[in-house]
Design a binder for this molecule. Structure first.
Ligand SMILES: Cc1cc2nc3c(=O)[nH]c(=O)nc-3n(C[C@H](O)[C@H](O)[C@H](O)COP(=O)(O)OP(=O)(O)OC[C@H]3O[C@@H](n4cnc5c(N)ncnc54)[C@H](O)[C@@H]3O)c2cc1C
Length: 419
């Protein structure tokens, strides 16, 4: 059977590894950390995944935590009023929730990746704990039919050329700060179901709130995305998790008092429950060339890393894994040459391009027609629902979101139908 090496045990690497393994491929998985190190380490993401991405996991029988993880049934949007006194009074100029057709879920990557790694090893997969360097790949590429690099945003990305035509930013667009907490109060707007809430503070940044299944059971995540250099860009250098949470809450009280009101009794889920950082959104060329001439194919964040403002990276990693898995299997015994690698990526990019376009659009100042669209969603539930379901299928934004004429026509049509 064909021999495949996968470097990186994250969402994309593990999903492909387990998928290929179940089809009889001889898979070696290289991870720079053991399952126990991942499980007892720091949180890595907020990893909210929507229906299509979860469905790829279900198809492989990998939805081990589905019954325990909170079901996220909607996406809510709140926009803070423009003045400081608005903030003090908790005034919101936009406030609604759209319902998802299929629920979303967040399973802490520490739980999922550690569990999937154990499963891969128990099923007879070869797990190598080693931080791979380019020289290792150079050696291994001669003994494997295919080498996949699924190592996230780490150093190995340097093997893959940045695609400037698809990467409009060369610097981080948000400073990220995450805290996993227990004790968040119920959401008064819709206590009967869970949703991701996107709170927008114009000119300052965003706060995302969502439930998750973490190492200590159900928790909620408070995730600030701050415009660099602005009032939320204050987490760099805060090493103490308690100080990180205190800062998170202080900013909540200042900018989003309606969220702070629910958060007065929270405590950190665990000592590894905070994360701060930033990165530049980047699309890369998919084929990496090794010093000796061997070729490797990039997977997931290695090739397409978007800002987490739209919560798409794990979704994309799952979609990339499903697409590559199908490309690998349908290629049979033919060689995995450069043309095949490029075509496998192109097939994935056909959907990934919509994610990148939408995410990059959401990082900018919203044009008037988008503000009007978000405003209309408060009056017209079908508009709110459609926006919410765009998180599952960002390709739909092409139909009504980017062009003012399309957006206005769409809203007018829904309004007429409602009347
Ligand atoms: C703050 C934050 C919030 C986010 N929220 C969401 C969200 O709500 N929804 C969503 O869909 N996405 C979200 N994302 C993005 C998502 O987490 C990533 O896009 C996704 O995890 C990428 O998967 P991957 O398999 O490509 O890489 P990763 O998950 O990064 O996995 C790569 C693995 O490779 C390992 N590795 C690295 N270098 C080496 C090496 N040299 N040798 C061996 N192993 C190596 C790493 O340790 C890691 O285990 C968020 C990201 C951040 C930072």
């Amino acid at each position: 059977m064909r021999k495949i090496l996968i470097v990186g045990a994250g969402q994309s690497g593990l999903q492909i590894a387990l998928g290929l393994q179940s089809q009889g491929y001889e898979v070696t998985l290289m991870s720079n950390r053991t399952a126990d190190e991942i499980r007892s380490g720091r949180v890595m993401s907020t990893q909210c995944m929507f229906h299509t991405a979860l469905q790829h996991e279900r198809e492989l029988g990998l939805n081990f935590w589905e019954s325990q993880a909170p079901k996220i049934e909607g996406v809510g949007v709140s926009v803070a009023g423009p003045t400081a006194s608005d903030a003090k009074e908790g005034a919101r100029v936009i406030d609604w929730v759209g319902k998802l057709d299929g629920y979303a879920q967040s399973v802490d990557q520490r739980v999922k990746m550690a569990g999937w790694m154990d499963t891969f090893a128990q099923r007879g997969g070869q797990l190598v704990i080693h931080g791979a360097a380019v020289s290792d790949l150079d050696y291994f590429s001669r003994t494997y039919d295919l080498v996949l690099v699924a190592a996230g945003k780490g150093e190995l990305v340097s093997m893959f050329e940045r695609d400037a035509s698809r990467s409009p930013f060369d610097a981080p667009q948000r400073a990220l700060a995450v805290a996993y907490v227990h004790g968040l109060g119920p959401r008064p707007e819709h206590p009967e179901f869970d949703a991701v809430r996107c709170n927008l503070v114009p000119g300052v940044g965003e706060l995302f709130v969502m439930p998750t299944l973490t190492t200590s059971g159900r928790a909620d995540i408070l995730f600030w995305e701050g415009i660099p250099g602005g009032p939320l860009d204050v987490f760099q250098g805060v090493k103490d998790p308690g100080a990180h949470l205190a800062l998170t809450l202080e900013l909540l009280e200042k900018f989003l008092p309606w969220e702070y009101a629910r958060a007065t009794k929270v405590e950190l889920a665990d000592a590894g429950g905070t994360l701060a950082g930033r990165y530049a959104p980047t699309v890369r060329k998919p084929v990496g060339r090794l010093p000796s001439g061997g070729l490797v194919l990039g997977v997931g964040d290695v090739v397409v890393a978007n800002d987490p403002i739209t919560g798409q990276g794990s979704n994309s990693a799952s979609k990339c894994a499903a697409s590559y898995l199908s490309s690998i299997v349908s290629h049979g015994d033919r060689p995995f040459d450069e043309a095949w690698m490029q075509s496998a990526f192109d097939r994935y990019w056909a959907t990934a391009q919509h994610v990148t376009k939408w995410t990059n659009a959401m990082l900018g100042v919203p044009p008037e027609h988008v503000l009007n669209l978000l405003g209309a969603a408060g009056e017209l539930p079908p508009v709110a629902d459609r926006f919410a379901n765009g998180f599952n299928d960002p390709g739909d934004f092409e139909n009504y979101f980017y062009e003012a004429e399309l957006a206005e026509g769409y809203v007018a049509g829904v309004a007429a139908a409602a009347a």
